[in-house]
Write a protein of this length. Structure first.
Length: 563
């Protein structure tokens, strides 16, 4: 063992000596052998290079998101974007719905799509977000379908009379309209006829006046009425027959017209086994108002009273929370601080920062009240109707040459007839909404539009005056129709009625027809006010058709004086 250890030590020493000699040879001035150069050291990779080299993303804070994390973030973002797009598409479908009932139905699904999108945006994993994305897209598809499905019974009836059961949701341009049956032009022709007589409010319905209780009615030739009313409990739309028996019918849909006015699609009773009348009635009747007035005997205000509320400086009456004496711990009351005789005994009052009376001159208080219910007395009602007999006959049968019945019309009514006196002079603008029936491409669709009138009351030189206007921004079956229908200059009679011709270009086609209506409200004007006060509203009907009768429209409008 000793021999081996010594041998290893000698070898180690020899090796060290050899290394030392080589080093001297390389560094010496006269050494004959060149030094061996080592390769330069490779620089280390940066953190960003190492992160991105593995498919990750290097973040601004110096952290590295792995490839899996990046993929998860992308999937989450894509799902959220898709959910947002679905929600937006659902709301777009609502805006382009074929009629207000379809819009209402579509809106329910659009709300579901919106809720799903909200949940998707709050999701923290792609799996969760994609689940909400699917829900949003499903609701979007339902919204699109609902928006394109006619919901108004009036339109469904018109198209069934026109073309049978297949026509309900055909497109406006007629590209998907089935081959026309024997009565294919019947409803369109009826609308054209009604358009020609629009100034007379169309045949079949007349306006029932003299109603003063917040109720408007449109009455048919057989004594059936459609009624729009507002009571204390809210608004009501009903169908009545002459005996005042309330009727319930199918497809009675409540909705809002353009501009937010209340409307309903009502079914009239059948006059025989298969004849129906649907009527859409719109109104701006406001709900019955409740007014509370203090009417009790006034009582002297005690000096201990504490008032909480705003105190006017002009001596007028005002309402406050009144504590008659804080020391008795009774609950404060609501009261009117009343000035009994302001003409002869003016009132004034001042209180300190706590509301305690400092000075009171002539003010008393009263708590008893009287409630008065007041129905809206200045309102409009307007709309359109279709009567049809659907016998479901088949083309080719012996009965197919007998067209089904079809009639259509429009109506408009206001509660306060306005008499135009010779002394009334000046101009007034009336802006409002219109809706009606648009017949084109072998089918009938609902339309709404903007209505504008310009009235020029002529004064003593021109009793009544002149009126003109337009029906513009027409949207039929959710599709904008290019152009507008002009309400050409017509006369305003002393009783407030007006009429004239319609003329315009819609969708590249020339339309002509008639319009008529009346100005209304306010009532109860004295002689001086009659010479200076303009009507508050105007309502009427209008219609037009192309020269060949293949396209036509009829509608009604309500409008309100611009401020």
């Amino acid at each position: 063992m000793m021999f081996r250890e010594k041998s290893i030590s000698k070898l180690y020493a020899f090796a060290l000596a050899a290394v030392f000699a080589l080093t001297l040879a390389g560094c010496g001035g006269g050494g004959g052998t060149a030094a061996v150069e080592e390769p330069p050291a490779m620089p280390d990779s940066t953190p960003q290079e190492m992160c991105e080299g593995d498919g990750g993303r290097y973040n601004a804070d110096g952290s590295c998101s792995s490839a899996a994390e990046v993929a998860e973030e992308g999937a989450l973002s894509d799902a959220q974007d898709a959910a947002a797009a679905a929600a937006a598409a659902a709301m777009a479908a609502v805006a382009g719905a074929v009629d207000p009932v379809a819009a209402s139905n579509a809106y329910g699904y659009a709300s579901m799509a919106g809720d799903a999108n909200t949940a998707a945006q709050a999701a923290t994993t792609s799996a969760d977000a994609m689940g909400h994305q699917t829900a949003a897209e499903t609701a979007r598809d339902s919204a699109v379908e609902a928006a394109g499905t006619t919901g108004l019974g009036l339109i469904m009836l018109a198209n069934k009379v026109l073309n049978g059961d297949d026509i309900d949701n055909a497109t406006l341009d007629g590209s998907t309209v089935p081959k026309a049956v024997n009565n294919a032009t019947n409803v369109g022709a009826s609308i054209t006829d009604a358009a020609d007589n629009a100034a007379a409010f169309a045949d079949g319905f007349t306006n029932q006046g003299g109603v003063s209780d917040g109720t408007a009615a449109v009455i048919s030739a057989d004594g059936t009425t459609a009624v729009a009313a507002h009571k204390a409990s809210g608004s009501t739309f009903t169908v009545q027959i002459a005996s005042d028996t309330l009727l319930t019918g199918e497809m009675e849909s409540r909705f809002h017209t353009k501009g937010g006015w209340e409307a309903q699609d009502l079914l009239f009773p059948a006059t025989d086994g298969n004849t129906k009348t649907h009527l859409v009635i719109s109104t701006d009747i406001q709900a019955t108002t409740e007014k509370k007035e203090y009417s009790g005997t006034p009582v002297a205000l005690p000096a201990t009273a504490v008032l909480t509320g705003d105190i006017p400086s002009d001596g007028s009456d005002f309402e406050v929370t009144l504590n008659l004496n804080p020391e008795d711990n009774n609950v404060p009351i609501t009261a009117e601080i009343h000035c009994p005789d302001p003409a002869n005994s003016p009132c004034s009052i001042s209180v300190d920062e706590d509301g305690t009376i400092v000075v009171n001159q002539n003010y008393q208080y009263r708590t008893e009240t009287t409630t008065t219910m007041t129905a809206d007395g200045d309102y409009l009602t307007w709309g359109m109707w279709v009567t049809g007999s659907v016998r479901d006959t088949l083309v080719g049968t012996t009965d197919d040459n007998t067209p089904d019945e079809a009639q259509a019309g429009a109506f408009a009514y206001g509660s306060q007839v306005f008499a135009v006196v010779p002394a009334l002079a000046g101009t007034a603008t009336y802006n409002g909404v219109a809706n009606g029936l648009y017949s084109a491409g072998g089918m009938v669709q609902y339309f709404d539009a903007d209505a504008t009138l310009e009235a020029d009351f002529g004064g003593a030189t021109n009793v009544g005056g002149k009126i003109s206007g337009s029906i513009s921004n027409i949207k039929a079956a959710g599709v904008a129709v290019d152009g507008s229908l002009g309400l050409m200059r017509g006369d305003i009679a002393a009783v407030g009625t007006f009429s004239g011709m319609t003329d315009g270009v819609l969708g590249g086609n020339g339309f002509r027809g008639t319009y008529g209506g009346q100005v209304y409200g306010p009532a109860g004007r004295n002689a001086a006010a009659m010479a200076t006060t303009f009507p508050t509203t105007a309502a009427g009907t209008f219609g037009a058709s192309t020269q060949d009768g293949k396209m036509s429209l009829i509608g009604a409008f309500g409008s309100w004086k611009a401020e």
